[in-house]
Design a protein around this ligand. Structure first.
Ligand code: GUN
Ligand code: ZN
Length: 441
């Protein structure tokens, strides 16, 4: 819920105006050493030097002094699985075995609304503890799980995106819907939740292997009817997945051609993984404006492969970054950046820390076409904010003794950081840390 308390947050402010073109691109961001935000009615009403913001604030406005910590936009996770909160950290083989051995059994439990409600509470507690204020999630195939997901987000006032997973084959029967029921259920959920408060519905066919052509056609029809909605699916994650997809869709020129033929691509389409892409697929990605979502901890954990950020971006493809919990191994976007950095290093693509922090804030918001609401500290946008302490543990504090620049501090935060560095998370202007385990209980 939006907090009606007017408050000033004082601290070191960092927000991005665009993707940094290099380490010295000072125009890409604003950093204010003694800065402040004025929060009013769930929004950022003003941003500037503390003295200026204080001067324009109503008399006796509450001041929360976060100095010497960094104040950033809340992190955005563009691909996560809500029903996999009890799948994360399962000792599995690669993708298809992992799905069958751990993931589908866990998702079956979401037929029970009470289970979904309980997991939703833990899921949102975990996101907020890690500084994530918006995520794009797959729910299970049960409509109840979508209600659980959005009801809990509503209780906490969070902007969350998500949808019912559409899957009608190659999974346990109790998890399978049909082309027709998935269309009807998705449409009903979309009507109920899309733009209901801060909720945004995402059309969610899991991937080509678990959908018949009829179901992908139904997903395409939904997108045509509701073009303002996002669509999410998976692609080119794993070699066995690709081979099986080609068997199931022998007429498609390539994996992306399957989705293309059902009109699933476009600027609001989020394609998880995009690791093993062919030349023509890159062209189709660019032409349609679809987004390639990098899931580093998942790609390492499932042994899937190395995401080629610079290859994709130089081909003109939009990118985003995400945890992909529970194939991913941590809710933290800081841990995600660290593992992503290493994947890029293996390909001689050294990511600068300014680029990293742009990516998990404004960059992901732009990928979602939501940068007018989230992902920055601009006045007029939603007051979703994270406060970070690079000195959170003795080892970090020791390393911080030699840190001299903002970029060095950011790199320390991404390399050593996790939820212990998150001092506070604000959702629509309301501090969450004290509420984390009590909300909804
Ligand atoms: N492909 C299809 N479903 C999934 C999933 O749940 N996780 C991952 N990582 N890949 C998938
Ligand atoms: Zn996924």
């Amino acid at each position: 819920m939006a907090d009606t308390t007017t408050r000033i947050l004082r601290g070191r402010l960092l927000t991005f105006h665009g993707a940094p073109s290099g380490p010295d691109d000072g125009d890409a961001y604003s950093y204010i050493e003694d800065g402040a935000l004025l929060l009013q009615n769930g929004l950022i009403a003003a941003r500037g030097a503390f003295s200026e913001v204080e001067a324009q604030a109503p008399a006796s406005t509450l001041v929360t002094d976060h100095r010497p910590h960094l104040i950033l936009p809340g992190f955005i996770d563009t691909h996560i699985h809500f029903p996999q909160a009890q799948v994360i950290a399962s000792w599995a083989d690669q993708l298809l075995d992992w799905l069958n051995d751990y993931t589908f059994p866990a998702e079956l439990k979401f037929a029970d609304k009470a289970h979904a409600d309980r997991i939703a509470k833990g899921f949102y507690d975990a996101l907020l503890a890690h500084g994530t204020t918006t995520a794009v999630a797959y729910c299970s195939s049960h409509p109840n799980s979508v209600d659980a997901y959005f009801e809990e987000a509503e209780r906490r006032g969070m902007m969350m995106l998500g949808g019912k997973t559409m899957m009608d084959r190659n999974a346990p029967e109790a998890l399978c819907d049909t082309a027709q029921s998935s269309y009807g259920d998705s449409k009903a959920l979309l009507s109920k939740w899309h733009k209901n408060g801060r909720a945004r519905y995402v059309i969610t066919p899991r991937f080509a292997i678990t959908s018949t052509p009829e179901q992908l056609e139904a997903a395409g029809s939904l997108l045509k009817e509701f073009p303002e909605c996002h669509l999410q699916t998976h692609i080119n994650e794993n070699h066995n997945e690709i081979a099986y997809t080609r068997e199931l869709y022998p007429d498609a020129a390539h994996y992306l051609g399957v989705y293309e033929s059902f009109d699933l691509l476009g600027p609001r389409t989020l394609l998880g993984h995009c690791i093993h892409m062919t030349g023509h697929e890159l062209q189709v990605m660019r032409e349609t404006g679809s987004v390639a979502v990098f899931c580093p901890t998942s790609n390492l954990f499932l042994g899937s492969g190395l995401f080629d950020k610079s290859g994709l971006e130089s081909a003109g493809i939009r990118t985003a970054i995400a945890t992909d919990v529970g194939g991913g191994t941590n809710y933290s976007m800081l841990r995600t950046l660290d593992e992503g950095y290493k994947i890029l290093q293996l390909q001689r693509q050294r990511m600068h820390p300014l680029t990293s922090f742009y990516w998990i804030t404004r960059g992901n918001a732009e990928a979602l076409q939501l940068a007018d609401r989230i992902g920055t500290l601009e006045a007029g946008t939603d007051a979703d904010i994270v406060v970070l302490d690079a000195n959170a543990t003795p080892a970090k504090a020791l390393r911080m003794e030699t840190v001299e620049t903002l970029s060095e501090e950011l790199f320390l935060l991404q390399t050593l950081g996790d939820d212990r560095c998150v001092v506070e998370t604000y959702v629509a202007g309301t501090p969450q840390k004290d509420r984390i385990s009590s909300v909804g209980s």
